[in-house]
Design a protein around this ligand. Sequence first.
Ligand code: G6P
Length: 369
Amino acid sequence: EAIEKGGYDHFMLKEIYEQPKSIRDTLRGRLLPEQGLIKMGGVFEYREKIVNAERIIIIGCGTSWHAGLVAEYLFEDLARIPVEVEYASEFRYRNPVITEKDVVIAISQSGETADTLAAIKLAKEKGATIFGICNVVGSSIARETHAGAYTHAGPEIGVASTKAFTAQVAVLALMALRIAHDRGVLKQSYYHQLLTELDSIPEKIEKMLESDAQARHISELYKDAQNFLYLGRGFNFPVALEGALKLKEISYIHAEGYPAAEMKHGPIALIDENMPVVVIAPKSGQYEKIVSNIQEVKARNGKVIAVVSNGDSEIARMADHVIEIEETAEVFSPLLTTIPLQLLSYHIAVMRGCNVDQPRNLAKSVTVE
Ligand code: G6P
């Protein structure tokens, strides 16, 4: 096992560090920025269906559902197709309205999650076209769907998903860009700029991994907290959910992810000097809004750990700690902002003496309903 961990203390840490490679593997042969092309043979067998879709329904569970939420922002913003993201377990039991015109994208690392599989079967019976995004080749979900794309993240052993999540987001970004291009809804120059930008993400993730020492330092300070709040807006709202889930899963600290603007409708009541608040706040269209969210937390003596754009001195003056991310397009920022949150949850869990790779009560693949 020590050999399998490749010198890392845990599989989870190894998998976090593998992300530059797993994203490169996932993009390889698909993203061709010099030619201005995205090639996804498996998905575009059903090109007409997905390019002309009037809506897309995305289903998944756990972390895969969070990747679906990122995709909602990607598909709506870039490809201008309305998207609904559903927990597979809720979707399947509520007599959903599905027709032959619908396109469903099922996301699953293992390809074996029982609820996701059952939701696929239901949508298929109603005539929808189903695309799968799986990591495990030949898995049940990969076999049950009409078409799809594999993430090439390699085997993920740690129960808490890390590299599979970013690989899912990378595949979804490719799909959104290609569909946007085929629909003719993106300015050519912007499309080319995004292809080049996506190509540079693995390198930027490498840089993000250098925030490890900082994440460790912050973990020392907050490892004994009983609660954590994670806030984000827009593309980084799902990242807040995912950050909170990671912490819950492996450190057993209660953590909630929230859209930052919703803080005033509830979570703000919880903020005092004992509440660490992780705010994902890279420069974006909603930057000023999130700055005022940080002020609201500080006004109540909450502790702010902010994930910000490189060189952001405004938030640095207000927050207790900042972790900087490399400059990138807003649409791809989740691929970078996720990394320090993974590291933070990892270090906190290790410091609390938790079994990082096999947290209590959780399973890597949930094949029961
Ligand atoms: C379990 C795992 C999670 C995972 C979820 C969905 O709860 O512990 O890490 O996100 O199942 O799994 P899937 O294989 O469908 O992505």
